[in-house]
Design a protein around this ligand. Structure first.
Ligand code: ZN
Ligand code: ZN
Length: 131
């Protein structure tokens, strides 16, 4: 039998699609009304990713985030609290043409991940320093 779009898979796809920011498995679990078995959730995510409905991003610490395939993968990641925020404006089109020419390469997508420190974490650094 071909794997199909179950209610859970639809709910997970919805949760990932409506979120303006990339979501972790924990975020997804929090948005579901019934709490399913964790391995069912991972299977559903793998299914949706294989269909190209969602993409995932794995951070340097192994944390995985999921985002809608309708969005470009543009992120800022805080190296302090691991918060991930996504943005829609695409700064890549000019660079892509350059890269295609330079490497004789046909680009079909991109993921831009900027690392840094968010305002909350910068605030707590200042507090710690002044104590
Ligand atoms: Zn932070
Ligand atoms: Zn883009």
């Amino acid at each position: 039998m071909k794997p199909s779009m179950t209610v859970l898979r639809k709910d997970i796809l919805h949760a990932v699609t409506v979120s303006g920011t990339p979501v972790s498995v924990k975020d997804i679990l929090g948005s579901l009304t019934a709490v399913p078995n964790l391995s069912t959730v991972y299977r559903a995510l793998a299914f949706l990713e294989s269909r190209g409905d969602i993409h995932s991003l794995t951070l340097f610490d192994g944390t995985r985030f999921f985002y809608s395939a309708e969005r470009h993968g543009h992120f800022v990641v805080c190296s302090g609290c691991r918060k991930v925020m996504g943005f829609d404006e695409c700064p890549a089109s000019g660079i892509e043409t350059d890269i295609e020419d330079r490497f004789d390469f046909r680009i079909t997508g991109h993921v831009l991940c900027f690392t840094g420190v968010c305002s909350d974490c910068r605030g707590s650094m200042v507090e710690r320093r002044s104590q």
